[in-house]
Design a protein around this ligand. Sequence first.
Ligand SMILES: C[S@@+](CC[C@H](N)C(=O)[O-])C[C@H]1O[C@@H](n2cnc3c(N)ncnc32)[C@H](O)[C@@H]1O
Length: 327
Amino acid sequence: MKSSVKVTIHASQFPEKIRRDLLASLRTRQVNHKFHYDSVKQTQKWLALHQVYSPSRNDADCAATYGRAFGEAANQIKAGRVHVAGLGCGGGQKDTRLLKLLKAGGKKILYTPCDVSAAMVLVARAAAICAVPENNCFPLVCDLASAKDLPSLFTQSPAPRAPRLVTFFGMIPNFEPQQILPKLASLVRPGDFLLFSANLAPGADYAAGVEKVLPQYDNPPTRDWLMTFLLDLGVERGAGKLHFTIEAGGFGLKRVVARFHFQRTGRVEIESEKFTFRRGESIRLFFSYRYTPVLVRKILARQALEVRGQWITQSEEEGVFFCRPIS
Ligand SMILES: C[S@@+](CC[C@H](N)C(=O)[O-])C[C@H]1O[C@@H](n2cnc3c(N)ncnc32)[C@H](O)[C@@H]1O
């Protein structure tokens, strides 16, 4: 194992930009999700939570569903070389399964694990090097939502002409689709491939499906992970209560929302900036949109991305979509 690793840090995650984003989160009372993956402590809490609650880790059918989608993607890529861009890679478990399959199919692979968290890209890199030579692994720390030059960032890879297989797993729930999807689409060039997964609302009744999955969010480990943001800023746990609700968003979508409601005054100071949260005020810590396969196809079609294959878990709570740009 190397004693040092080169990691590219994009300006969207330079300290001054992170500071501005943090101040904006506190000012607007809407926390940018990236602040839940900021510290090593949060990363560890999220990875532990993911291990217990993520169907892809503990539901054999879900793991098999991803496996089928990965098999199809590997079959469809005819070139001998492929650049896998893992957007919001997290711990890289899903990307690594895909990389192993591509390697078994004799592909020469380049891999860019990309995440807002340096800790995550390093964890993803460590997982991936069983399938990708260390020198072909290019960890990238970047805020996908705010970076304005994503395409040029990825064409600077050592194999700019190799077909790209972009992965976007479990990311879409935590973004406004109109904000993130144009960025995603800008990375999928003609001839490239996209593997996209979404958390779904199970059953024929969309609203009832979202209600059904609420306990997957409203549980002690998720509360503990989300509260870390406020507690680390100096807010006392007893200053209020965390509530989970279901709200309507744009495009006919519904989402689970977590808000901390202050029951007494809370104060946060970031150097000279002071924020006061009065009794009765709230701050939105988190949201997660739930989709249906039809809604996924609709939002992707708006970006000229066509779903060529879909694999839905038996629980109907997660779907993997294999997509190509509409030519
Ligand atoms: C729900 S996890 C999904 C992780 C992984 N793709 C998976 O399916 O296991 C979301 C990931 O997105 C990253 N993330 C959050 N906001 C981001 C942003 N603005 N830009 C890039 N990554 C972001 C987090 O650090 C986290 O690793």
